[in-house]
Design a protein around this ligand. Sequence first.
Ligand SMILES: NC(=O)c1ccc[n+]([C@@H]2O[C@H](COP(=O)([O-])OP(=O)(O)OC[C@H]3O[C@@H](n4cnc5c(N)ncnc54)[C@H](OP(=O)(O)O)[C@@H]3O)[C@@H](O)[C@H]2O)c1
Length: 333
Amino acid sequence: MLDNLHDGHNTEFLYYDQHAEWDVDEAPVGLEAAAILLRSTAFFTRSSRGFCASDDNGFQRVCGAVSRLNTQEKTMRFTGKTALVTGGNSGIGFTTAKLLIAEGARVAITGRDRTKLDQAVADLGANSLGIQADLDDETAVESAFKQIKEVFGSLDIVFANAGISGPTPLGGTTAAAFEAILRTNLTGVFLTVQAALPLMGVGGSVILNGSVMRELGSPGSAAYSATKAGVTGMAKVFASELVQRGIRVNTVIPGGTRTPIWTRGARAGATLDATEEALAPAIPMARLATPEEVAKAVLFLASDDASGITAAEIVVDGGTIGAPRGAPMYRKA
Ligand SMILES: NC(=O)c1ccc[n+]([C@@H]2O[C@H](COP(=O)([O-])OP(=O)(O)OC[C@H]3O[C@@H](n4cnc5c(N)ncnc54)[C@H](OP(=O)(O)O)[C@@H]3O)[C@@H](O)[C@H]2O)c1
């Protein structure tokens, strides 16, 4: 019997239920966790080469060899790193924060909605820091970074993710409604990256959140689409300006993704399933992306695995813009 055990310090151990030699010595950390997982109690014989879990009566239930796997290097890419995820109390941002924390990072998240922010911090745990901030407000942005500096000291990763959508059809849109989307999705992203820079140094990684909407020509989406085209352009400028400081700047380009953005604002009352049903015919994979799929691309760009990558983008859209003719609507029956 084989299984993987976690020791609470993010080190993975492999155990065998066969008897093995061991010395009662100092054990690798985490064997108590193994004992709990093995549902053995009371005694755990420590050893540098093996372990034995015993029950209350000292009866040996499971003994075996322990070997440390190299999964720490493979799966804990952000140990000791600090990150900011704007819009981290919901959707793609929340999931990215969760995965960053799972790989060892301390993560500050921002959002406007206090209740959702508190819930997100409760879900993310001790390595999260919740900061209520409306990124449309320059003073709030400055105050958010003051708090991050006080708590984290510096930042390794910035995911400028916060964004809004909304209908802005020709002939039915006020300047205020149009500019509100520009303010959050473009100016807010610019102000976020600008304010983060004093906290960032060599090895830093900035990721912006774009969208396939930049190039779909989707009716009624002029402001949103323009902002996402703008994000793509802005990312390249940021990459140029920051390359000499050793900071990489890349963009994730999601297609339709299962998040609350589809069920809020003007779309309040819609469901994600109905949205997926409506959009799937134009998506080669015939489904929305999951927030995890987008977040994993963000984590790659944030990590040292992407150390040679700047001014690049990863599209996570089920083939929507790369292979549109693969979509169900073009398939022969
Ligand atoms: N879901 C998709 O299909 C999709 C596709 C392509 C790109 N994207 C992009 O992905 C990003 C995240 O969106 P999502 O899909 O995860 O939607 P979401 O669940 O609605 O999350 C949006 C986040 O942005 C925050 N936010 C919005 N305006 C803000 C402001 N002025 N100040 C501070 N925070 C603000 C929201 O915080 P509050 O809730 O507290 O306001 C929320 O945390 C956006 O940039 C969006 O354009 C999404």
